[in-house]
Design a protein around this ligand. Sequence first.
Ligand SMILES: C[S@@+](CC[C@H](N)C(=O)[O-])C[C@H]1O[C@@H](n2cnc3c(N)ncnc32)[C@H](O)[C@@H]1O
Length: 274
Amino acid sequence: MSLESDDFAQFERESWERVASHYEATWSGLTRPFIPHLLEAARVTSGTRLLDVACGPGYVAEAALALGAEPTGVDFTPQMVRLARERNPRIEFRTGDAQALDFEDDSFDVVAMNFGVLHLPDPEAAFSEAHRVLRSRGRYGFTVWARPEESPGARIVEEAIESHADRDVALPQGPDYFGYGDPGTCGRILGERGFDRALLGFRTVSVDWQVPTASYVFECERDFGVRTGALLALQTPEALAAIQAQIEESVQAYARGDGFALPYTAHVVTATAR
Ligand SMILES: C[S@@+](CC[C@H](N)C(=O)[O-])C[C@H]1O[C@@H](n2cnc3c(N)ncnc32)[C@H](O)[C@@H]1O
């Protein structure tokens, strides 16, 4: 299916285009701390030809360059690609779809995707494409959010939404927000897409998201969130106020220094191309 004809992809691209200029000041504090774990698990070193898929402002590519790797980045949101080029003029960034990569077969040693999976209409098409552009025995690495039971920050948001939001609202249908969160599923699906099931890597990592105020998490989700932001935008003012109050109250338990340190957990998945 082309991106243009997919409601979820259109929704994603329009949303990211709108929030891209705020990403560095908001979500990057949450997503970037996972990148060293991702690059280490994918064994990125000097000279590794790496493709950063769903690159956003290009943080994975940037971190790979600092290790001496040879990164390229791709994202389907033009504003993200502009930001990535501005941040890192030495790296090539292209506009393109993770599910239909505009690169030759066997072009990379590593394909990495930091928190892209939940934003794709068809994550498994992206797995196949990663496999196609990897050389034989090349490595694929991606991160996915752990379910709220394992991730205090995600649990705070999820519980407030569960308590007060109406989920029965019209939103474009995306993949499971917490999909691919167990090694069995990852091994089976990646195995079907050309990766060596026996060499699956699956690590669970927690990092603290440092936020300045108790209202910050709610405000980020409401103003700069994509999937959660769209859900919040369709709630009544009363429901929204109740969600905000519950999140702010729960965040208090994580006070540290001048702000709050909220633990978020993700899985770092790695696979080797057969
Ligand atoms: C949560 S951000 C992750 C950005 C970055 N990887 C990071 O570590 O912070 C998700 C990114 O996925 C991109 N994206 C969503 N759907 C995509 C698709 N079909 N193809 C390529 N990029 C996509 C969005 O434009 C956005 O930049």
